[in-house]
Ligand binder design. Structure first.
Ligand code: DQQ
Length: 651
C-alpha cells in the first residue's frame, strides 16, 4: 500500500493508471500525451511483460542510426517507426561557440560526425538546475576546495572566453552549504611567464596557524609544466577575493627524467611523522608507468624530492590530479589529511589521462619509507576500483574541518562542452566490506527536496514495468530498494551464466537474465522510445556464486545520434541480508546514481530529445525472466539551487 506526504499524491497502486506506451502501429506514436492516463490498472499493479519485451527489442540495436530495424520476431510491431525520428542531419547548428555553448558532435564508429537538429528547448533543458556550473563557457577540474570563515570555496578550471578548453583561469565561487553558490571574480588568470599558458589544477593546504597555501601547476610560455605557489592577500577576508602569486615562482620544475608535459597537479600537503615538514605529491609518468612523486618542504617555497615514488603502476599512463588522504576504519567521520596511525587506511587516487577515469585503491601508508602499499595488488590504482563508473574525472577531495568530513568533487564531462561539477560527496571507508570506500551526496543536498511520494512493496513480476508519478521529472531525488523473491532466488541457477558479465559489454537493460535487470528508468518518454535504465543485474552460477552488477544504460537515452550512448557500471558488493538499494539524483542532463549506500557510483550524462520537461517519466521495472522483485522507496521533487553572482552591492 502506498503511503505519501501531505503535499503530493503518492504513487498509489490502487488508483494507478495503466501504461501502454508501445504502439503496435506507427500511427499510434502520435497519441496525445495524456493518453496513457486513461486506462485502469489491472489489480492495481501493471505487469507488462509485453512492454518489457518491447523495451528489450527497442534496445537490441543501439547503433546511432536509430532507424535500423531490430531482429526480433515481432519486428513489425516494435521497430521504431521511421517517421517519428528527426531525420535532418544537415541543418545548421542551433547554438554555437560564439554564443558560449558548443554544439554536440559525436563521432560514429565509422569515423564520420553525426549531428542533430537540436532545438533551443532541448538544449536549454540540458542545463542542470542544482549542480554547480559557471554562468557561461567551459569549466573542467575542481581546484583547491576549502572552508574559510563561514564559506565553502570552490575554484575551478575555467575558460572565460569560450565553451572549449583554453585560456585556463581559476574560476571562484563560494557557498554556505555546498549547494547554493555565488560566483566571485576569478581567483587567478594566466598572467605570468610561468602560467601564461594556463593556471592549471592545484590544491589548498590550511596550515595550523590558519594560513592558506595554494599550490597549482602553471603551463609556462614554452609549455613546460611547473608548480607555483599562491596565497590569499588578506586572510581576514572571508571571500578570499585577492590572490598573490609568490614572487619566486615557479617553486618546482620537472626533475630529470620527467617530461616537461608530465608534471602536474600538486596535492594538499600532509605533515611528516615528526610534524616538522610538509609533503606533497605530484602526478607523472615514466614511459607508460603512472607514478606519484613526493616532495618535502618546510615553507612551500623550497622543496626536496624524496627518493623513488610513493607508488607506481605500470601501464596506467599519465597520472593527473592525484589525491592522497586517510580514511578511518573505525569512525564515521572523515580525517584531516595528515592523520595516520592504527585504524587508518589511505586512499590513493589518480585520474588516468589515457582513459579519463578516476581510479582509487585502499592501502597502507608508511611515512618512514614514503611508500603506499595497496591492500589488494589486483585492485591497484588504475586497474581496479573507480570512484565513478560513468562520466566523472579530475576529482579532488578536501577535509571540511567544520563538519569533520571529507568531501569529494568531480568534474562531470559531457559530449557537449558545458560542464558541471558533481554534487559534493562525502567519502568514508566501508566498514562492512573493508574493501572499498563509500560515497554519498552531502546531506545539504536534501535541503532541495520538496514534495515527495512513496511507493511500498510494489510487486514487479518478470518483465514488468510500473510508472511512477512525479511533478518535476527532470529534478528528482529517488531512493529505491528491491528484494528478489527469496524462494525463487534460492531455486534459481543459471547454469550458463556468463562469469564475465560486465555492464559495458552486456547490451544494457535489454539483456535479460533470470535474476536481472531490475531497477528504475529515468528521463523516459511515455512511449519509452527514450529512457535511461539504472539497474541491478544479478548473476548466480551453478556453483552458487552470486555477483551483483550496478549499471546505467544510456543506449536509448536519446534519439539524437550525435551524443555518446554507452552502458556504464561495475560490480557492487551486496552483503547477506541487504536489499538491493539505489539512489539517483536526476538533474536534467546529469543523473548521479549510488548503489548499496554508495559502494558503486555511476554518473550519466544524457541528452533526451523527447523525455524532457513535462514529457519525462519515471518507471520501476523488472526485466528478469526468472524472479519477481518487490520495490519500495521514495521520490522527492528537487528545487533548483540558487547559483548567481555574489551580490556585492548588498554588503
Ligand atoms: N586539467 C588541468 C590539468 C589536469 C587536467 C588543465 C585534468 O592540470 O591535469 O586544465 O583534467
Amino acid at each position: 500500500m502506498a503511503t505519501h506526504s501531505s503535499r503530493t499524491p503518492s504513487y498509489d497502486l490502487e488508483n494507478s493508471t495503466s501504461y501502454t506506451p508501445i504502439p503496435d502501429k506507427p500511427a499510434a506514436a502520435s497519441a496525445p500525451a495524456g493518453h496513457w492516463r486513461s486506462k485502469k490498472l489491472f489489480a492495481g499493479i501493471l505487469v507488462s511483460s509485453f512492454l518489457l519485451l518491447s523495451l528489450v527489442l527497442l534496445s537490441v540495436n543501439q547503433q546511432p542510426d536509430l532507424q535500423t530495424n531490430v531482429n526480433g520476431t515481432n519486428q513489425e510491431n516494435f521497430s521504431t517507426p521511421k517517421s517519428i525520428f528527426p531525420t535532418a542531419r544537415t541543418s545548421p547548428p542551433s547554438r554555437g561557440v560564439s554564443q558560449g555553448v558548443s554544439e554536440k558532435t559525436f563521432q560514429l564508429t565509422g569515423g564520420e560526425n553525426a549531428t542533430y537538429s537540436w532545438t533551443n528547448v532541448m538544449l536549454s533543458w540540458q542545463r542542470t538546475a542544482y549542480h554547480f556550473q559557471p554562468e557561461h563557457n567551459w569549466m573542467n577540474d575542481p581546484n583547491g576546495p576549502l572552508y574559510h570563515k563561514g564559506w565553502y570555496h570552490l575554484f575551478y578550471q575555467y575558460n572565460p572566453d569560450s565553451a572549449v578548453w583554453g585560456n585556463i583561469s581559476w574560476g571562484h565561487a563560494v557557498s554556505k552549504d555546498l549547494i547554493h553558490w555565488l560566483y566571485l571574480p576569478f581567483a587567478m588568470v594566466p598572467d605570468h611567464w610561468y602560467d601564461i599558458n594556463g593556471v592549471w589544477s592545484g590544491s589548498a593546504t590550511i596550515l595550523p596557524d590558519g594560513q592558506i597555501v595554494m599550490l597549482y601547476t602553471g603551463d609556462t610560455y614554452d609549455v613546460v609544466q611547473v608548480q607555483c605557489l599562491a596565497y590569499p592577500a588578506n586572510l581576514s577576508d572571508p571571500l578570499l577575493l585577492d590572490w598573490v602569486k609568490y614572487s619566486g615562482n615557479p617553486v618546482l620544475v620537472p626533475p630529470p627524467g620527467i617530461g616537461a608535459k608530465d608534471f602536474r597537479d600538486p596535492t594538499t600537503a600532509w605533515l611528516t611523522p615528526d610534524g616538522d615538514k610538509w609533503r606533497i605529491m605530484i602526478g607523472s609518468k615514466v614511459n607508460t608507468t603512472g607514478i606519484s612523486l613526493v616532495y618535502e618542504t618546510v615553507d612551500f617555497r623550497s622543496y626536496d624530492m624524496l627518493d623513488g615514488y610513493l607508488h607506481a603502476v605500470p601501464g596506467t599512463g599519465m597520472w593527473e590530479c592525484v589525491d592522497f588522504f586517510p580514511v578511518s576504519m573505525t569512525e564515521v567521520n572523515g580525517l584531516d589529511t595528515s592523520v595516520n596511525g592504527p585504524g587508518v587506511k589511505h586512499v590513493l587516487k589518480a585520474s588516468l589521462d589515457d582513459d579519463k577515469n578516476d581510479y582509487y585503491a585502499l592501502g597502507v601508508y608508511d611515512p618512514f619509507e614514503n611508500k603506499w602499499i595497496p591492500d589488494d595488488p589486483e585492485l591497484d590504482v588504475g586497474i581496479g576500483l573507480r570512484y565513478d563508473y560513468g562520466k566523472y574525472y579530475a576529482s579532488k577531495s578536501f577535509y571540511d574541518q567544520i563538519k569533520q568530513r571529507r568531501i569529494l568533487w568531480g568534474w562531470i564531462r559531457e559530449t557537449d562542452s558545458e560542464d558541471d561539477d558533481s554534487i559534493p560527496r562525502t567519502i568514508v571507508f566501508d566498514q562492512k566490506t573493508g574493501s572499498n570506500i563509500i560515497q554519498w551526496p552531502v546531506g545539504e543536498v536534501e535541503e532541495l527536496r520538496s514534495e515527495s511520494a512513496e511507493f511500498d512493496n510494489v510487486k514487479l513480476g518478470p518483465g514488468s514495468i510500473v510508472p511512477l508519478r512525479v511533478d518535476t521529472p527532470s529534478q528528482l531525488d529517488i531512493v529505491a530498494s528491491f528484494e528478489i523473491d527469496k524462494d525463487a532466488f534460492e531455486g534459481t541457477v543459471e547454469a550458463n551464466v556468463d562469469a564475465s558479465y560486465s555492464c559495458p559489454t552486456s547490451g544494457g537493460a535489454a539483456n535479460r537474465g533470470k535474476l536481472g535487470p531490475f531497477g528504475i528508468i529515468v528521463l523516459a518518454d511515455e512511449m519509452l522510445s527514450e529512457g535511461t535504465p539504472i539497474y541491478f543485474y544479478v548473476t548466480k552460477g551453478a556453483n552458487g556464486k552470486v555477483e551483483t552488477h550496478f549499471c546505467a544504460d544510456e543506449l536509448r537515452s536519446s534519439e539524437a545520434p550525435d551524443v555518446a550512448k554507452v552502458v556504464y557500471g561495475s560490480q557492487v558488493p551486496v552483503i547477506d541480508g541487504e536489499k538491493y538499494s539505489l539512489r539517483s539524483l536526476v538533474d536534467h542532463s546529469i543523473v548521479e546514481s549510488f548503489a548499496q549506500g554508495g559502494r558503486t557510483v555511476i554518473t550519466s550524462r544524457i541528452y533526451p530529445t523527447k523525455a524532457i520537461n513535462g514529457a519525462a517519466r519515471v518507471f520501476l521495472f523488472n526485466n528478469a525472466t526468472g524472479v519477481s522483485v518487490t520495490a519500495s522507496g521514495k521520490i522527492w521533487n528537487m528545487d533548483s539551487a540558487d547559483i548567481s553572482r555574489f551580490p556585492f552591492n548588498q554588503f
